[in-house]
Write a protein that binds this ligand. Structure first.
Ligand code: NFS
Ligand code: SF4
Length: 678
């Protein structure tokens, strides 16, 4: 390995030992990664960053420089305020569209399952099915699951196309939130309607009033949070079963050298759930064995990983920034992708490694990938076909290029809104009472949702870990989803023992009493809606605020990168839960809009955005917020001193990491792959 080829900035690319080991290989062999491509961008456009460029019509593109040299308005006369607000609404419309389209597909699959003639899809969450039917006044009587599910699917699919009235789930929100939304004209009507209206409002020459556009941002995002995403979560629980806490493993060390490795990457559980079943098919296992493999190992990346982790305990190979690093292990026989968060660059790796990237969504083809169209009607056959591609490809591995870092961690995942209540209250009297009591007494200071992506602008996982540890130290219980949950899982924070390494005395007491980790993994990014419903349960339980904006809770997305994250942040804020994000929203080109989002929204929804790249400062913005809410409610201060000393130990990830990077083989040169100039 040529020492001189190492790039000095590598140490700051990630704090994950498995990623660092793979980055070293990338560095030594010249394989290009997302970090290199970020460097190649050099300084990114400051107009874009600040949201003051507009490409919404072709008198432009226009860029404005308020208060500085150059144009103060676009050709049409749009000001920085208008341009920034319009840009934000477009991002939120795109993020909402992505989550909601995912929700729509799952509802279509529910209809298929309701008919009862699919091998792949059945009603696996009958309790949830009946709960929802009751909520929406769908007759239960002595009807079969299929009959109820059919009517529920019809009802929910209309939520997407509904033109008039309000989204049904608006009724789930506390009364005060509904009042805020009505006053701001931000109550969502139909899911698709809000996305389309948002796109129309931001077309050239339509809405130019920044305040009005920001309220449309809230309405569109609420159509995601209480609409498309919430429906996706509910129906996934009905179709694939309600998650329950289970143990699993995370990080690249879950890949198996002697087995066929299929890596699922993307978002929709309709495909990944069937792949889980197909990978256990005895016929396929025999075929794999005949090729010399000792089994079929499935692992996930990003949120599709979270979906099958939560329900089947399938191991997670990594989060967003590990999608390329996983391919560099040389043992991925198929990387199966559907929609969202997939780098087109993954297919470049086919030039250097034997991996076949298989795309499956009729909505997402990737140049260079093998496309196998996935239709729910033939789900099992398609899943088997894809697994056979992996079996056939196993023999093409180059043993010289195999590098699996010996890094993996135990996690416990599967904490849904109902599970939290079951665990805290006990099976016979499920309740949020013990949680509320803990908060009222000050044993727990509050609850934080820490979610979202990785972004190569931040050392991978560092902000998630720093932020979460600081919250724990201050007795703030953490609930997580998405790539943030994977980050904390890799660092050992999703185990009950982590409470005694990282948390204050109050959290330790609770974790000891009920045996939960101090950081609760509640699913994929669409499952952020579980945080909304859990907070609503806390309101309904009483004693810590009679609306969401009064609860001692806060949210954060320290390493966010996607438009979906903006939609999520906006629906949390519009629901009364303040959100701190690492990188600013692209709004700082307008002081007015920035101020509106970070301050004035408080008057409309009781919550605001904050932008803070330093994770420790971000944690303290959240803690201050929580303390303020506690004071407003007349609750006492924290029960225990911070830091709580006796068990404080170092924060390094625990087991399995000793051999990270040791014994990894040189990949050799990869002539076909994109090369980095040293
Ligand atoms: Ni969320 Fe999940 Fe990850 Fe970010 Fe992408 S996978 S849907 S968008 S990167 S957390
Ligand atoms: Fe320029 Fe206005 Fe057209 Fe935007 S809509 S590109 S600001 S002229």
């Amino acid at each position: 390995m040529a020492e001189e080829k190492k790039r000095p900035e590598e140490k700051v690319r990630s704090v994950d030992p498995a990623s660092l080991a793979m980055l070293e290989i990338a560095s030594n062999t010249g394989v290009e990664t997302v970090w290199d491509r970020l460097d190649a961008q050099k300084a990114q456009c400051k107009f874009g960053k600040q949201g003051i460029c507009c490409r919404h019509c072709f008198m432009g593109p226009c860029r404005v420089n308020p208060g500085g040299k150059g144009a103060q308005t676009g050709v049409c006369g749009a000001t920085a305020e208008t341009i920034v607000a319009r840009g934000l609404l477009r991002h939120i419309a795109a993020g909402t569209a992505a989550h909601s389209d995912h929700g729509r597909e799952i509802v279509r699959t529910l209809r298929l399952a309701a008919k009862g003639d699919s091998d792949a899809y059945k009603i696996r969450g009958p309790r949830k099915l009946r709960k929802l039917a009751k909520e929406y006044d769908i007759e239960i009587g002595d009807r079969s699951d299929g009959e109820i599910a059919g009517e529920l699917a019809d009802f929910l699919s209309k939520q997407f196309g509904q033109q008039d009235g309000l989204l049904a789930n608006v009724d789930r929100a506390p009364e005060q939130q509904q009042k805020f939304w009505a006053a701001a004209e931000a109550t969502p009507r139909g899911v698709d309607r809000e996305v389309v209206t948002g796109m129309h409002m931001t077309h050239m020459g339509v809405d130019a009033d920044a305040d009005h556009i920001i309220m449309a941002c809230a309405r569109t995002a609420l159509a995601d949070g209480w609409g498309g995403s919430m429906i996706a979560t509910d129906v996934s629980d009905i179709l694939f079963g309600e998650p329950n806490p289970l143990r699993a493993r995370v990080n690249l060390g879950v890949l198996e050298e002697e087995q066929i490795n299929i890596l699922v990457h993307g978002h929709e559980p309709t495909l990944s759930d069937v792949i889980v079943a197909a990978s256990r098919d005895p016929e396929l296992l025999a075929e794999a064995e005949a090729k010399g493999a000792k089994g079929i190992n499935l692992a996930g990346i990003c949120c599709t990983a979270n979906e099958i982790l939560m329900r089947h305990g399938v191991p997670v190979a990594g989060n967003f920034l590990q999608q390329e690093l996983a391919l560099m292990t040389g043992v991925i026989d198929v990387m199966l992708v559907d929609v969202q968060c997939v780098f087109p660059a993954t297919t470049e790796y086919q030039k250097c490694f034997h991996t076949k990237v298989v795309s499956t969504s009729p909505k997402a083809k990737v140049p260079g990938a093998t496309h196998i169209d996935f239709h729910e009607e033939e789900a099992m056959e398609t899943a088997k076909k894809i697994i056979r591609v992996a079996i056939d490809n196993f023999g093409n591995r180059d043993p010289e290029k195999v590098n699996i870092p010996d890094v993996k961690e135990d996690v416990i995942a599967g904490f849904t809104t109902d599970v939290i209540s079951d665990i805290l209250g006990g099976k016979y009297r499920p309740s949020y009472r013990p949680l509320n009591d803990g908060i009222q007494a000050g044993r727990l200071r509050g609850v934080a949702g820490v979610v979202g992506c990785n972004n190569p602008k931040f050392p991978q996982d560092e902000s998630h870990l720093e932020l979460v540890k600081e919250l724990l130290r201050n007795d703030v219980l953490v609930v997580q989803t998405g790539c943030s949950a994977i980050a904390c899982g890799k660092a050992g924070l999703l185990t009950p023992e982590a409470a005694f390494q990282h948390a204050g005395k109050g959290i330790q007491d609770i974790c000891k009493a009920v045996g939960i980790p101090p950081v609760l993994h509640s699913g994929s990014c669409v499952d952020n809606t579980r945080i909304l419903t859990a907070c609503t349960e806390m309101v309904n339980e009483g004693g810590i605020g009679d609306s969401l904006d009064k609860l001692p809770v806060a949210g954060a997305a320290p390493e966010w990168m996607s438009e979906k994250a903006i939609a999520i942040g906006m629906y949390f804020v519009a629901s009364g839960i303040s959100v701190v994000i690492g990188q600013s929203l692209p709004v700082e080109g307008s002081e007015y809009v920035t101020d509106f989002l970070t301050d004035k929204l408080e008057d409309h929804f009781g919550a605001t955005w904050s932008f803070e790249p330093d994770p420790i400062k971000a944690a303290h913005i959240m803690i201050d917020r929580i303390d303020q809410k506690r004071a407003d409610l007349g609750l006492p201060g924290p029960m225990y001193d911070v830091p709580y000393e006796p068990n404080a130990v170092d924060t390094a990830p625990t087991a399995h990491v000793a051999a990270a990077g040791e014994g990894l083989a040189a990949v050799g040169s990869c002539p076909g792959a994109t090369r980095i100039e040293d």
